[in-house]
Design a protein around this ligand. Structure first.
Ligand code: PEP
Ligand code: MG
Length: 894
């Protein structure tokens, strides 16, 4: 027996469920669930994602599909009481994609399918509205022509514009049935010109062509890109939903709209949405007409003079409000719904978990725990760690002057400044060159997705809170001001004009996505205030997690920020960053240029008190927490002077000529510095540098212990060890200097000596290395670089191609390559512990702040992750989620 491929849904018998989203896609699974709940869902059926996979692979369909579709369609016909292709009483359907993960606007939809020269007359009679019927038919030809037949939609739009011009019309609504009839003839001609075949009149043929197109759209470029950006597997496939049409555009007692069961921006427990009277589905999302509020409350709040649904259709509103309650209590989460009102009757077309800002996610999660709807653990699982970024980043300084040039909707919170650009391509180009950009568009479409991703913020002149720009920006966590109607954006001339002010490409603007403001110039920002809810929520996460979270920091400011964000110590202090400080760079350069140990000792002695003060500052801020200090790591030539002025300064300080400085610098230059004279190799060849650093560390620890009475526990970390002997020698150096200082200061300081594991050889010989180490910290940046043999500084030029070809699913410098580099980490941890059971283990590469990589760490012997300060809360939450997942998996296995 072959497996079932088509699942019906409708008032009397539904075959799918909400937990079947892998097979039915999110839309199909939830339509089935709503139908089962007794909500008014137009009947239809879902063709499974397994069919898509088959179609992508073979271009054809599995055996038996045609029969199953025919059977399911017959059920729809009997439920609706109309027949597909019946000239008198035609059934019309929509054909939509629906993947297991939400991919808004990425794939294709065809509405009004089943119309042809005959059925259009039947529809006109049935609806007693000829104009509506012919308008629907022309929309169908347009959509089918674009989506299924691949005809550029501008061909149809141009014909329509020309027709309006010739007949003196301004708006589409002025066109009569006869006008649409005339245009339909033109549209059909366009189809014939473009494809060499007449517009298909056979509804069955229309249906299969549309199904084909939806399955095909899974592999279109924008969908492939979207999946790459959102880490959605390319092999999932989409389902196809075929559903009886209902019409929101049959007159003034009709409407179509979208709503969220709670406010998706703030999380407030208020019904929130928009609708358009007398309109068809896509009109709301397209952002061409200004939508009206759902509730009178929202109307008052936003000072809108457009009537609310609550006022114009009170009984429909009450029904919709009931649906809201039912869906929330059933799904136990905020829902994003689509509905249509046809001649006073409400129909539900979609429900799904609503996308929300981080602020809203927190509020909703905390409220739902307080109301006993979900547990703390469920609340912690519901907030995406990466989304916290939105809460942690600075907002505009309220005291600062701001020259607001335009206002729009507060579509996605946060503030950003950058230069204005007017196309997605330009946004990508400039951002790749390192410039912050704000993408300004009349409205955005899925074709702009790469530019939206590249931009720091997004502005549109048209569209509502549910427009493409708003939805996508919220999902990406980019600030967005949508529908700033005063802006006239001129893509051709690369500028926008508002009230006589011209902003050209390259001019700096600032946007405030929470206030909906577009501001001229760059406005200073202030640090975010974290709400009480945030602390409550993070407290739950801390109770649930097992991994410790430390920070990578070397400046007092970063260290303080990290402690405020909940860091439990420093996991990596990169001391070389301290060497660049302006008060010592000349001494550092002098030290490097010296040809002998003697020559180096002079400048090192000048640097030492400054280093000591650096560590005093860090130890004070991190009182009571461990501080891991890595001794000097990078190739020396990185510090060398490049500018003439710097050369002069160093030459003078070192008593050399500029030519001598230049010659020495040339001599220090390496062919492959990443694999050159760096890391512990510097400590081996120039031990006096490490001696100075260790002395500074221990003196600082003694200073702070004397001053505060707090114990300070420095952890000294040796970088880039490949051979056990390297660590043995350098551990000897640390122990010797430590005991000298302790003797000198008459005190005892507990400390640890460890190493980074950042070379494959170190991971392979971890047992030998661990004999000389108190701890390992996995430096997965270099470990990734050396395991792949890919330079971490040069990967950007080919990484996108590798990802789009599916060679690598994610950039391994961002998210840990668990299959390869992960094996090295596991091996290093296991072998290290085997030879030294007391060994402590952590990770301090960039991966320490990446949620997926943290998920991996949870499954290893690692005790903590360390990441940049702003990622500390992200790591705390990701660690909690990883622990919850692991416990669930263990329970399931037991
Ligand atoms: C690493 O290599 O992972 C690391 C943390 O060190 P750095 O990035 O300084 O090379
Ligand atoms: Mg490194």
């Amino acid at each position: 027996m072959s497996t079932k491929q088509v699942y019906s849904f409708g008032p009397d018998g539904t075959e799918g469920r909400s937990d079947m989203r892998e097979l039915l896609g999110g839309k199909g699974a939830n339509l089935a669930e709503m139908a089962s709940l007794g909500l008014p869902v137009p009947p239809g059926f879902t063709i499974s994602t397994a069919v898509c996979a088959h179609h992508t692979e073979t271009g054809g369909y599995p055996e038996g599909l045609t029969d199953e579709v025919r059977e399911a369609l017959a059920k729809v016909e009997s439920r609706v009481g109309a027949r597909f292709g019946d000239p008198k009483n035609p059934l019309l359907v929509s054909v939509r994609s629906g993947a297991p993960a939400s991919m808004p606007g990425m794939m294709d939809t065809v509405l009004n399918l089943g119309l042809n020269d005959e059925t259009v007359r039947g529809l006109a009679d049935k609806a007693q509205d000829e104009r509506f019927a012919y308008d629907s038919y022309r929309r169908f030809i347009q959509m089918f022509g674009d989506v299924v037949l691949g005809i550029d939609h501008s061909r149809f739009e141009e014909a329509l514009e020309l027709y309006k011009e010739e007949h003196g019309y301004n708006l589409d609504t002025e066109l009569t049935a006869d006008d649409w009839k005339a245009l339909i003839e033109q549209f059909k001609q366009i189809v014939e010109d473009e494809t060499g075949e007449p517009f298909p009149q056979d509804p069955e043929q229309q249906l299969w062509k549309a199904i084909n197109a939806v399955f095909g759209s899974w592999m279109n470029q924008r969908a492939v890109t979207y999946r790459r950006l959102h880490n959605i597997p390319q092999n999932w496939g989409t389902a196809v939903n075929v559903q009886a049409m209902v019409f929101g555009n049959m007159g003034d007692d009709c409407a179509t709209g979208v709503a969220f069961t709670r406010d998706p921006s703030t999380g407030d427990n208020e019904f929130y949405g928009e609708f358009l009277p007398n309109a068809q589905g896509e009109d709301v999302v397209a952002g061409i007409r200004t939508p009206q509020p759902l509730t009178t409350h929202a109307k008052q709040k936003n000072d809108s003079d457009l009537p609310a649904l609550e006022e114009t259709m009170p009984s429909v509103y009450r029904q919709l409000h009931d649906v809201r309650q039912k869906l929330e209590s059933h799904y136990r989460d905020m829902q994003d719904i689509e509905f249509t009102v046809q001649r006073g009757t409400l129909y539900m077309l979609q429900t799904r978990t609503g996308k929300r800002t981080a602020r809203a996610a927190l509020t909703i999660a905390v409220d739902m725990v307080k109301d006993g709807i979900i547990t703390e653990s469920e609340a912690v699982e519901r907030v995406s760690p990466a989304s916290l970024d939105q809460l942690l980043h600075p907002t505009l300084d309220p005291e600062a002057e701001r020259e607001v040039i335009a206002r729009g909707l507060p579509a996605s919170p946060g503030a950003a400044a950058g230069v204005a650009v007017f196309t997605a391509d330009r946004a990508e180009e400039l951002s790749q060159a390192g410039t912050d950009v704000i993408l300004c568009r009349t409205e955005t479409s899925p074709e702009d997705i790469h530019g939206m991703h590249a931009a720091k913020g997004i502005v549109t002149a048209r569209g509502g809170m549910t427009s493409h720009a708003a939805v996508v920006a919220r999902g990406m966590g980019r600030p967005c001001v949508a529908g700033a109607g005063q802006l006239r954006i001129d893509e051709q001339q690369r500028r926008m004009i508002v009230d006589g002010v011209t902003v050209k490409e390259g001019d700096t603007i600032t946007i405030d996505g929470a206030a909906g403001e577009v501001i001229r110039g760059k406005v200073p920002t202030v640090k975010p205030e974290l709400s009480g809810e945030f602390a409550t929520f993070m407290g739950w996460a801390d109770r649930l997690r097992e991994l410790g979270v430390r920070t990578n920091a070397e400046t007092p400011q970063d260290a303080r920020t990290a402690v405020e964000f909940g860091a439990q110590g420093i996991g990596l202090c990169r001391t070389e960053h301290m060497f660049f400080e302006s008060d010592r760079i000349t001494a550092v350069r002098e030290m490097i240029l010296a040809e002998s140990e003697e020559g180096r000792r002079g400048p090192l002695a000048r640097i030492e008190p400054m280093q000591r003060q650096d560590f005093v500052d860090l130890f004070r801020i991190m009182a009571g927490f461990p501080v891991t200090i890595r001794l000097l790591d990078p190739p020396l030539h990185e510090f060398l002077p490049r500018e003439d002025a710097d050369m002069h300064e160093v030459a003078q300080a070192a008593g050399m000529t500029v030519d001598q400085v230049r010659a020495r610098a040339l001599k220090l230059t390496e062919a492959n510095p990443m694999l050159g004279h760096r890391g512990c190799r510097l400590g081996i060849t120039y031990p006096e540098i490490y001696e100075m650093q260790v002395r500074a560390i221990f003196n600082a620890a003694a200073d702070v212990a004397e001053e505060t009475g707090e114990t300070v526990e420095p952890e000294i970390m040796i970088p880039l060890v490949a051979v056990a002997k390297e660590l043995e020698i350098l551990r000897g150096l640390v122990d010797r200097v430590a005991s000298e200082v302790m003797k000198d200061r008459g005190t005892r300081i507990a400390y640890k000596v460890g190493t980074m594991i950042e070379l494959p050889r170190a991971a392979m010989l971890a047992d030998a290395i661990a004999k000389h180490a108190d701890f390992f910290s996995f430096g997965t940046n270099d470990l990734t670089q050396t395991a792949f043999g890919i330079s971490r500084d040069d990967a950007a030029s080919f990484m996108p191609t590798y990802q789009s070809q599916g060679i690598l699913s994610t950039d391994p410098f961002i998210s840990l390559d668990q299959d390869g580099v992960g094996k090295l980490v596991e091996m290093g941890a296991r072998e290290g512990r085997r030879s030294n059971p007391a060994l402590s283990l952590g990770i301090c590469g960039e991966h320490g702040g990446d949620p997926d990589s943290i998920g991996f760490c949870q499954g290893t012997e690692l005790e903590y992750v360390s990441c940049s300060p702003y990622r500390v809360p992200i790591a705390r939450l990701a660690a909690a989620q990883a622990a919850i997942r692991q416990r669930k998996a263990q329970r399931a296995a037991a």
